[in-house]
Structure formats: structure tokens, C-alpha cells
Design a protein around this ligand. Structure first.
Ligand SMILES: C[S@@+](CC[C@H](N)C(=O)[O-])C[C@H]1O[C@@H](n2cnc3c(N)ncnc32)[C@H](O)[C@@H]1O
Length: 438
């Protein structure tokens, strides 16, 4: 049954309350079913983020109030608009200025997670693929439907409401907000991993994965997967970006297109979940964690692999200068997703009764070229999030390195690299009363 604006009425109990992450009901008991909003509240509804500091805007996690606003105020007008135009058959017709503004600010809301953190560097709003539409007071129906598609794909995990009643046939599937085709193309060349890191990953797989059923969150182009999958009992990855899946070498890897916040896997069906630099990039890491908890068998382990690079002090200083300059070039915005989310996730997992161990898999001194140390800034991700192209980012690096008399990008500099494993074990508690609470 559909309501007048195309949202399934039975998905939307009174006042568009939705906010239900668990779309896959398989094996899901009433007691474990939780609303996204409750998960966020359970975590203390606080953002343990470092303050934005003139160079980085730390993208805030969702807050309960932000989710409520999304469900009650932002989704309904977009759903109305989608229903009005999806069958119009006149893609070049213009929608009204009011509708254009509503749609663009709805997309910005999802991208900014409601803003409201008072950061002067707050992200400029629209993803680059939608920026063109914002240049006109009134966008075409075609552009409006593209915006609806983007909005829908990026909010639906959190509200459980499909606003787009019938995506136009032949439209490419909309990917997550960050990892579109352009970024996917640049990802592997810009983020080359050393043979040493590959060795550590293979050692980790031998020691910890053995004959076990392994699930990887957000494998992207498969950089980690290629090392660990052959050494696991079985391997499956869940990746939101088709572009990333297509950009990677397949090597027979079983990577499913899907969302780590609503996984198509049965409860208790996995022995180990592995994650490297992906959970921080999903819309709400805590929702992914609820799914990790659900799919893990008792005694199962969630392994978060972290790469720690510490360049020489001079390089560290240069990286800061480059970040500051790129922030200027991109209009004062240099979003940084990950820091702060890790602590929040860690606290939530401990609160759920996971037992944590920090295991240093390896640490070594490494001499790299300046280009290589700066890769984190010129890499495929951050510059393109803020609209700085690769060439500009690179020339900023060259110019500032020269000004600091640090030589050219081929000059070699020392530093340290570490690979740390955060292991969270899913243990059983005698009764729910003894399960620790956050
Ligand atoms: C920084 S990349 C890391 C990729 C890979 N783990 C690696 O180390 O190269 C982050 C990946 O997480 C994926 N991702 C983000 N949100 C996701 C979600 N909700 N579900 C599944 N994958 C997601 C992105 O599409 C992207 O491929």
C-alpha cells in the first residue's frame, strides 16, 4: 500500500517516526530490534570529536535530535516532490524555486548531518555530483530526480523510508555519498600499500582467521581482501560503492554490493568481522556495529585493523601547512571523518559487553619519499571531498615543500609505521542483568 506521496504507508507509522535501521528481518528477535535513534542515545548521544581547528572540520556523528528532524521534517517534503515529478514524463521542465531550495537543503542536511555544530569550517554542503544543480534557481525535473536519488540513497539507512517510489529505469544505481566513480578511479594508484603491509596482513590472516567464516566491511577495491581472503575458511565482503567494486581487481573475491548498516547475512552466521578504514566512512558507524553484533556467532571476533604512520616531525609540520592551504583553496573546508568516531565506537562496543584487546601486529622504521609521506593528503579521498583536484593538491605540496627547503617530492625522509589490531570478542553473559551497560 502506498501513501499519497509514494512512501509505503506501512513503513511509516504515525508522524513518519521510522528511524528503523533493520530492514532485513531474518532471524531478528523483538528484543534485539532497536531504532537507530536508540542506538545513538545509547552511545550517550555525544560526539567525542576533537574541536575543529581551522584546518579540519570533523564531520559530526548523527545525534538523536538530528535524526528526529530528518525523519519528521526533511524526508516528507522530498518524498512529496519525488511523487509529484517521478511520473511527469517531462525531464526538461523546471521545478519551482522553492522546491529547488528544499531539495538542495535536504541533500545538504544529510551530508552535514544536520550541521548545528557551529563550526565555521562546516562542510560546504553538496557533493560534487550535485553541485552543478545548485547553480540554477530552478532545476530541471531530471536534475531534481537525480537529487532525490542521491538523497534517498543516503538517508534511507537512517530513516528506513524510501522516498523514491520508482527510480527511473536505466539510471545507474546510486552509490554512497563519498565513493563515486571519480574517487574510485583514483583510489588504488593514490593509496598504494607496501609489500610489508601486505605481509603483515597475511600474517594476521594466518594467526587469526584460519578456517573461520570471515566477513569484511567496506573492502573497497579489495586491498585488504586480496591478502586475507585466500587464508580464511570463507570470505565475503559487503561494499556500498559499485564504483569501488568495479575499480578493484576481482581475484575471485566474493564482494556483495550492500550496506554494512543493514547486512544481508543471517544472525550468528559469521566467525570474524574484519574492518580497515571503512566503518568510519559509513553514515553511522554505530548502526554498522549493531549489525556486526548481530551477524557474529557467540565467541566471534570483530577485528579493526589500524595503520599508524608517524613521519618525521618536519613532515608532520608540512602536512599541517598543506592541509591549511588546501582548506583555503577549497573555500575553508577540509572535512575529516575518522577521528573521534573510533572512540565513540570503542565505547559503544565495550558497553555491549565486547571484550577488547589491543594487539600490535608490527611496527617498523621506514624511509619514504616526501611524495609518499604526503600521499595521505594528495590521496584520492580528502581533496576530492572538498572539491580540490589532484593536480592542485599536488602543486600545493610541491610549493610548500620547496618553501620549507625540504627538497623535491623524491627526497627521502624517515618515519615509523605501525599496524595495530583492535580485537573485540563477542562473549556470552550469564544473564542480561550482568551485561555491562554503556
Ligand atoms: C577508505 S575506503 C577503505 C576501503 C578498504 N577497506 C581499504 O582499506 O582500502 C572506505 C570504504 O568503505 C565503503 N563504505 C562506506 N560506507 C559503507 C556502507 N554503509 N556499507 C558498506 N561499505 C561502505 C566505501 O564505499 C569505501 O569503499
Amino acid at each position: 500500500m502506498r501513501s499519497h506521496h509514494g512512501v509505503r504507508a506501512d513503513d511509516v507509522p504515525s508522524e513518519v517516526m521510522a528511524v528503523i535501521p533493520y530492514r532485513s528481518e531474518a532471524g531478528f528477535g523483538g528484543a534485539t530490534r532497536a531504532a537507530a535513534i536508540d542506538v545513538v542515545r545509547e552511545a550517550g548521544d555525544s560526539a567525542a570529536l576533537p574541536p575543529c581547528d581551522g584546518r579540519f572540520h570533523y564531520v559530526p556523528p548523527w545525534r538523536a535530535a538530528t535524526l528526529e528532524t530528518l525523519a519528521k521534517e526533511v524526508v516528507p517534503p522530498v518524498a512529496d516532490l519525488a511523487a509529484r515529478y517521478s511520473t511527469s514524463g517531462r525531464p526538461d521542465e523546471l521545478i519551482t524555486a522553492g522546491e529547488t531550495a528544499t531539495l538542495l537543503s535536504a541533500c545538504e542536511y544529510v551530508r552535514l548531518r544536520g550541521g548545528g555544530d557551529d563550526c565555521t569550517l562546516a562542510f560546504g554542503g553538496l557533493p560534487s555530483e550535485l553541485a552543478e544543480h545548485a547553480r540554477h534557481d530552478r532545476m530541471t525535473v531530471r536534475a531534481a530526480l537525480a537529487c532525490v536519488g542521491w538523497f534517498n540513497a543516503n538517508q534511507r539507512f537512517l530513516t528506513g523510508v524510501d522516498v523514491d517510489p520508482r527510480p527511473t529505469a536505466g539510471t545507474p544505481p546510486v552509490d554512497g555519498a563519498l565513493y563515486g566513480p571519480e574517487l574510485a578511479r583514483r583510489y588504488d594508484p593514490a593509496r598504494q600499500v607496501t609489500e610489508r603491509f601486505n605481509d603483515v596482513l597475511r600474517g594476521f590472516a594466518k594467526d587469526f582467521l584460519g578456517s573461520r567464516r570471515v566477513l569484511e566491511l567496506g573492502p573497497g577495491t579489495g586491498r585488504v581482501a586480496r591478502n586475507i581472503a585466500p587464508l580464511a575458511g570463507s570470505y565475503v565482503g559487503i561494499e556500498a560503492s559499485l564504483a569501488m567494486i568495479e575499480a578493484g581487481r576481482r581475484d575471485g573475491l566474493d564482494v556483495r554490493h550492500g550496506d554494512m548498516m543493514a547486512m544481508p547475512f543471517d544472525t550468528g552466521s559469521v566467525d570474524v568481522v574484519v574492518e580497515h578504514e571503512s566503518i568510519d566512512f559509513c553514515a553511522e558507524p554505530l548502526l554498522a556495529a549493531t549489525e556486526v553484533e548481530r551477524v557474529l556467532a557467540l565467541g566471534g571476533q570483530f577485528h579493526r585493523v589500524e595503520l599508524e604512520t608517524t613521519p618525521a616531525v618536519e613532515i608532520g609540520r608540512l602536512q599541517e601547512e598543506i592541509a591549511a592551504r588546501l582548506a583555503e583553496v577549497s573555500g575553508g573546508v577540509f572535512p575529516y571523518w575518522t577521528k573521534g568516531q573510533r572512540q565513540r565506537l570503542h565505547r559503544w562496543l565495550l558497553g555491549r559487553g565486547f571484550v577488547h584487546r589491543r594487539i600490535e601486529l608490527a611496527r617498523w622504521d621506514e624511509t619514504r619519499t616526501l611524495r609518499n609521506w604526503l600521499q595521505g593528503l594528495v590521496n584520492a579521498s580528502y581533496p576530492s571531498f572538498s572539491g580540490v583536484d589532484e593536480q592542485t593538491a599536488l602543486s600545493v605540496c610541491v610549493e610548500l615543500a620547496r618553501a620549507a627547503s625540504m627538497g623535491d617530492l623524491g627526497t627521502r625522509w624517515p618515519g615509523q609505521v605501525g599496524v595495530v589490531l583492535h580485537q573485540y570478542e563477542c562473549v556470552d553473559w550469564c544473564c542480561s542483568g550482568h551485561r555491562p551497560r554503556p
